[in-house]
Design a protein around this ligand. Structure first.
Ligand code: BGC
Length: 746
């Protein structure tokens, strides 16, 4: 039976709507749109910060005056379609009631929020989680985040961030899955599935996913946030669009138009991008929300004459909803009246937004997610905390472990040193605006709880993150000398990555390096733990230490997660999702670059593509990550050295674990088309598999490579596969491994 619900509105109008996807929805929406005034339509297409509920500070500058009285007035007048970044079931109920009962048409509001890596329970930052090389893990954490968000009165998340991050100067690398197209695509799909769940968007624990920022935002020139993306259409299609396609294929029904220009045209005013490409080619059917004031910024870009022109251009380009901007409210009614914007285009946008609301079940159950009892029960649940710990642990990457310095015995006398140890914000990382800080366990607390005897642990800051601390180094030296081993935690603060946090040099701040030098001079063995939201240049004092763990920002359970690795309760299993260059000046450095005509080789470096100060390689390559123990990559064989058109070959690797404990290995398959009508990257990740090799055992791992896996975009940008020679590697990272050649026959 069709479910219907009738709302009584302030002016006694009644409106009934069938459930999402029910027969008749299109007609009913058309009927609703027909009853809306141009002002109400513009309202449906506008979302602003939530001034009512608890909301985080310091995320974005307030553009509109987010005064409660004014917002209430706007809601009553039907001049708002939604609110974002407010949190809480009770508040959501209050505001929703105003929209339902005091506005003319009683259309429910949409509540959105930036839920990137957890809500009250914080999971590792997305880049860290990508280091797990386990999309299924990301699906589980996104699911948990959605459960918490949906129970807190939120319907839509402005996530996943699916921008490929190849330039580590760009601070927003931290929000995505790193530099690789395949990894980004797999995580984009997994996170979308996790946020939206499998029971449909109307399920009480589903969030509408919003892959962002469409498109090429990660290609910001010079790594400068908001900067132009001056890239070829090939790069757009090969690198930046695939993660969006993956998210759409996984069911994302919303996307966010980016701040940047693409080929000179701002994404938010880019008709080709938002209509021809997004809808025509990628088949997207949801709604487009412009990033925060990106519509108004068309003026600053020098693309629109003024605000009115910006509203016109954004609407014509295909921006359905604007965020934190009142341009649609101010100008759309006039633009429609004058014929500068076709009324049908506005109706199309309104219909898309209403369709999303219907899909979320908001017409059937506008008060979904507003039960404080449910909120109390699910938010910060023990299961979510446990998941945060697992995800944290699995995000840690062991870069180096000389002479098996790690794991440490719990009984060791340890000096834990560094400026990022006690502050919950340094565990939560950027974009954790709803974090429950009282329940975050930072590193110091995690270690205090994990050591055999707290009297054997000293905790010393040594310096401030970006400045010396009077007496700090002296105290750290004393602590080091009294210890058997030092755990030195260095790196970026949480506020050094994410939005608007571009860096010229991707390094560890100098005051921390002075501390590291002094500690190293004591001669104590040093376990280095690096925290960061991007790939970093690591200086000698870090590289020379006995062991290096790359530990990012791991969320609510950062302390216990790192301690469990350090003390060997679990072996590290993370892999770098970004290359760590030798020097900052190599940026953008990514493994899947094309060859020059003069590639550097160990034998020949003069007049070759390299820097005076650094080779054209990574210091630690993409895909690298050690564990306790090691496996040998012993032999590779192909089922044939010829592939027929339409055929496949199987590549098999023998892995041997000669150690005493089981080892988890991420075997990576890279491919290079040795000669093609468009030069191909020197290596491209095509597949990977996590396998467990028992102690003292050997294992065969096979990958099937099909004809279509050899494809690329031809000179005409159409997909093609060309016969010829190929090289594949089964490898532990993007620079080593066992190669094997084969030929695709004509
Ligand atoms: C960011 C978006 C975010 C939005 C809302 C913008 O500044 O670019 O990623 O979703 O703010 O907070």
């Amino acid at each position: 039976m069709m479910q219907r619900r009738t709302f009584l509105t302030g002016t006694a109008a009644a409106f009934a709507l069938p459930a999402a996807a029910a027969p008749g929805l299109a007609e009913t929406l058309a009927d609703l749109v027909a009853r809306m005034t141009p002002e109400e339509k513009a309202g449906q297409l506008t979302i602003v910060n939530d001034p009512f509920r608890w909301r985080p500070g310091g995320v974005n500058p307030d553009d509109l005056d987010s005064d409660q009285a004014r917002t209430l007035q706007e809601i009553r007048a039907g001049r708002l379609g939604g609110l974002f970044n407010g949190l809480g079931a009770e508040g959501a109920r209050f505001i929703q009631r105003v929209a339902l009962e005091e506005s003319r048409l009683g259309i429910p509001l949409l509540f959105a929020a930036d839920i990137l890596h957890g809500l009250r329970t914080v999971f590792p930052v997305p880049l860290a989680e990508a280091a797990s090389w386990d999309p299924e893990l990301a699906e589980r954490t996104a699911r948990a985040a959605a459960i918490e968000g949906a129970a807190s009165g939120i319907h839509q998340t402005y996530a996943p961030m699916v921008d490929v991050g190849r330039d580590q100067r760009w601070g927003r690398v931290v929000e995505g899955a790193g530099e690789d197209v395949l990894l980004n695509s797999l995580f984009a799909a997994a996170r979308t599935r996790g946020f939206q769940g499998s029971a449909g968007l109307a399920a009480s624990d589903a969030l509408l996913a919003t892959p962002k920022h469409f498109a090429a935002y990660g290609a910001a020139e010079g790594g400068l946030d908001y900067n132009s993306a001056d890239i070829s259409e090939r790069a757009l299609r090969e690198v930046y669009l695939p993660p969006f396609e993956a998210a759409f294929a996984a069911g994302a029904q919303s996307t966010m138009s980016a701040f940047n220009t693409v080929d000179g045209v701002p994404a938010t005013g880019n008709r080709w991008l938002l209509r021809d490409c997004l809808r025509g080619e990628l088949g997207f059917t949801g709604f487009v929300v412009a990033d925060y004031t990106a519509d108004r910024e068309l003026v600053a870009h020098g693309f629109a004459e003024d605000d009115r022109d910006a509203a016109r251009l954004a609407m014509l380009a295909g921006v359905d909803m604007v965020m934190m901007s009142d341009l649609y409210l101010r100008y759309l009614p006039g633009l429609i009246a004058e014929g500068a914007v076709p009324a049908e285009r506005v109706d199309e946008a309104v219909t898309r937004v209403l369709r999303a609301k219907a899909a979320l079940g908001l017409f059937a159950d506008p008060y979904r997610g507003t039960d404080p009892e449910v909120e109390r029960r699910v938010v910060g649940s023990p299961a979510h905390r446990q998941l945060a710990r697992e995800a944290g642990r699995r995000s840690v990457v062991l870069l180096k472990n000389d002479a098996d310095l790690l794991p440490l015995p719990r009984t060791a006398r340890i000096a834990l040193i560094g400026p990022l140890l006690e502050d919950s914000a340094q565990a939560a990382g950027p974009w954790s605006i709803f974090a429950d800080h009282a329940r975050i366990i930072p590193l110091a607390e995690g270690f205090r709880a994990a050591v055999a005897d707290p009297a054997n642990l000293t905790v010393t800051p040594g310096c401030l993150p970006e400045a010396p601390l009077p007496g700090g180094i002296a105290a750290a030296v004393v602590a080091s000398e009294a210890a058997e081993v030092v755990i030195l935690v260095l790196g970026e603060t949480a506020s050094m990555s994410a939005e608007a946090q571009s860096r010229v040099t991707i390094d560890i701040p100098p005051p921390q390096l002075a501390l590291a030098e002094a500690v190293a001079a004591t001669g104590r063995p040093v376990v280095m733990v690096v925290k960061s939201g991007r790939g970093l240049e690591l200086p000698n004092v870090v590289l020379d230490s006995g062991a290096i763990l790359f530990a990012w920002f791991l969320g609510s359970e950062e302390g216990p997660a790192v301690a469990e690795i350090v003390f060997g309760d679990h072996a590290p299993s993370g892999r770098l999702p970004v290359s760590l260059p030798f020097r900052s000046g190599q940026s953008p450095y990514y493994y899947a670059h094309r060859s020059t005509g003069r590639p550097e080789t160990p034998a020949s470096r003069d007049y070759k593509a390299r820097y005076r100060e650094a080779p054209n390689r990574a210091r630690y390559p993409f895909g690298h990550g050690l564990t306790y123990g090691a496996v040998d990559y012993e032999a590779i064989r192909l089922s044939s050295d010829q592939m027929e058109p339409g055929g496949e070959i199987v590549a098999t690797l023998r892995l041997a674990n000669r150690g005493q404990s089981p080892v988890e290995e991420v075997v990576q398959l890279y491919l290079h088309d040795l000669a093609a009508s468009v030069a191909q990257p020197v290596r491209l990740l095509k597949a990977f598999r996590r396998v467990s090799v028992p102690a003292g055992d050997q294992l065969e791992v096979s990958f099937t490579l099909r004809h279509e896996d050899l494809g690329f975009l031809g000179q005409d940008l159409a997909p093609r596969v060309e016969p010829g020679r190929f090289r594949l590697w089964l490898a532990p990272d993007a620079e080593s491994g066992l190669p094997a050649d084969f030929t695709l026959t004509a």
